[in-house]
Design a binder for this molecule. Structure first.
Ligand SMILES: [Zn+2]
Length: 267
């Protein structure tokens, strides 16, 4: 059986409180041999580490999500530096910029938007610094903020690489990401009826420049669309990606696991 990794899962979310042991067992039965639980705040990052200590197949990424920026302490660096030392912390993430829900969409002013964006940029910068110091790469979240995210990451090229997770951008933007030594990863959106734009980008992304992920509990692939997602469903994602790439599941397994092993050095 071709084996795969789930490089982006939120296993610390309350969605899995009751049955995480079964969720992980189902992943392993489906050939998903490693999974990375992604942090969205300090407490979420600590929970991810605890899961990594509990389950040999689980690894952790630590970071503060841009959508939660206003709740972040003024300096995230001391706490993250300490957590980054853990042997199963494989990356900083998820970090980046998200302009999808700006304050102006909820009655805020242009000034509110600017302060919100500044706070996001500030914590993104702090986390890139910690990544560079710790010799770790980053899991990048961006929504409606592609150019600003790329511009902020660019000065770190050569020290820190990013994986632009849940990639749904054009082939041209994919090439911009690869151009600074970073990578992309694809979710269950690739299986959606309305996911043709993502399939078009998958088709032209080199086989050794992308990874697979669920972003569970979100984005369950067809035929589970709308239900709670879980790492086992990387199998359904891999089948569609192999079809789009015109390669065997074995070739996709070798390429994506090798890419992940190089990118997440402690994996
Ligand atoms: Zn995520």
């Amino acid at each position: 059986m071709a084996t795969f990794y789930d490089t982006h899962a939120h296993l610390d979310f309350p969605d899995y409180e009751k049955d995480l042991v079964e969720v992980i067992a189902r992943a392993q039965a489906a050939g998903i041999t490693k999974m990375i639980s992604i942090g969205t705040s300090l407490s979420s990052s600590e929970r991810a580490i605890r899961l990594a200590e509990t389950f040999p197949c689980v690894y952790a990424a630590i970071g503060w999500h841009p959508s939660e920026a206003t709740k972040a302490p003024s300096d995230l660096r001391p706490a993250l530096r300490e957590l980054a030392q853990h042997p199963k912390v494989v990356a900083l993430g998820e970090i980046g910029l998200d302009y999808h829900h700006l304050p102006c969409s909820q009655g805020g002013s242009a000034g509110d938007d600017q302060r919100y964006k500044q706070k996001q940029a500030q914590i993104f910068q702090q986390q890139l610094e910690v990544a560079a110091e710790a010799g770790l790469n980053c899991v990048i979240h961006q929504r409606d903020a592609f150019d600003d995210t790329l511009a902020q990451l660019k000065p770190f090229a050569g020290k820190v690489r990013g994986v632009f997770h849940c990639f749904g951008e054009s082939a041209d933007r994919m090439r911009q990401v690869l151009g600074i030594g970073s990578l992309v990863s694809f979710t269950g959106i690739v299986t959606f009826k309305n996911g043709q734009n993502v399939r078009d980008t998958v088709a032209v992304t080199p086989l050794d420049r992308f990874m697979l992920e669920t972003d569970c509990p979100y984005l369950a692939p067809v035929p589970y669309r709308g239900k709670r997602c879980e790492p086992a469903y990387v199998k359904e994602i891999s089948e569609v990606v192999a079809q789009v790439k015109g390669c065997s599941l074995e070739a996709l397994s070798v390429a994506t696991c090798r890419t992940a092993g190089e990118f997440f050095a402690k994996l």
